[in-house]
Ligand binder design. Structure first.
Ligand SMILES: NC(=O)c1ccc[n+]([C@@H]2O[C@H](COP(=O)([O-])OP(=O)(O)OC[C@H]3O[C@@H](n4cnc5c(N)ncnc54)[C@H](O)[C@@H]3O)[C@@H](O)[C@H]2O)c1
Length: 269
């Protein structure tokens, strides 16, 4: 029997990268998956976001584990679309036990060169988008009365400053404030709230950031490698998903308000 048998997980940014890794691993462990993604580009960041085919691929990998997948196309910044996506999930599955706030963007610029439009999009996707998912999912979790787990993907950039990424850091530190407040509000209801803090992960964000910084991807990866204590260039999305699985499983039922680093020792340096 899987660790998440009978559970339903609502995952944002699920079309590719870490969102897909969470979806597929949770499906392997017995969860049905509501997989949400924007599936089109935004004016910012300066790299392509997922496409519809990516979301279909996630759903197909979920179904390969014998679980149900609900594909939801929505922008996490859009309140009405998020309310609708959550309602569709309840209509399809009847409950939501796990929320993974993961949809995010990154880009690079010196703080004073960040435009107001870039700042607003960064904070809206990475922070407001997390809050909107919480806003619409939590009332169902409370009504169910069976507890639950919420995971929010922050970053090592949510634990320290990163030059060239002030807006990204501000959003990822903001996620910690959101999570720690929510963890206290939801603790009496047996709903845990934790944050994940990965070092650089081998997903489409990395070449995207290199492009924004006008660097070759290999040079950016080499720069990242020097920051990791363990000898690894980029960790894999599955490394983050494995840590996330523990936090949403019964094994971590009394773990809440924690910041779990999956950082190859980056924060040691
Ligand atoms: N890759 C890294 O190095 C790294 C490190 C630490 C933290 N993170 C964080 O991990 C999370 C997942 O990123 P990833 O590495 O899988 O990158 P990714 O670009 O592969 O995945 C992000 C997904 O979010 C989706 N998305 C973006 N904006 C959206 C919106 N407005 N509405 C709905 N969906 C939207 C994208 O289409 C994409 O599928 C992000 O929050 C990111 O900030 C990434």
């Amino acid at each position: 029997m899987g660790k998440l048998e009978g559970k339903v997980a609502f995952i944002t940014g699920a079309a590719r990268g870490q969102g897909r890794a969470h979806a597929v691993l949770m499906a392997r462990e017995g969860a049905d998956i509501a997989a949400l993604d924007i599936c089109h580009d935004l004016p910012y960041p300066r790299y392509p976001l997922a496409i519809r085919g990516d979301l279909e691929e996630t759903a197909s990998q979920v179904r390969a584990h014998g679980r149900q997948a609900l594909e939801l196309v929505a922008d996490v910044r859009d309140s009405a679309a998020m309310a609708d996506a959550v309602a569709k999930t309840i209509a399809a599955f009847g409950h939501i036990d796990i929320l993974i706030c993961n949809a995010g963007i990154a880009d690079m610029a010196l703080t004073w060169d960040i435009t107001e439009e870039w700042w607003d999009i960064m904070l809206d996707v990475n922070l407001k988008g997390y809050w909107l998912a919480v806003k619409y999912v939590v009332p169902y979790m409370l009504a169910q009365g069976t507890g639950g787990s919420i995971l929010m993907t922050s970053s090592v950039a949510g634990l320290r400053g990163e030059p060239g990424m002030a807006h990204y850091c501000a959003s990822k530190w903001g996620v910690v404030g959101l999570a720690h407040s929510l963890a206290q509000e939801l603790a009496p209801h047996h709903i845990t709230v934790n944050t994940l803090h990965p070092t650089a992960v081998n997903t489409d964000i990395i070449p995207g950031m290199a492009q924004a910084a006008e660097m070759a991807t290999e040079d950016l990866v080499e720069f990242i490698r020097h920051g990791n204590a363990l000898p690894v260039k980029l960790i894999e999305a599955e490394d983050v998903a494995n840590a996330g699985l523990w936090l949403v499983s019964e094994e971590a039922r009394y773990v809440t308000g924690q910041k779990l680093t999956i950082d190859a020792g980056r924060m040691l340096k």
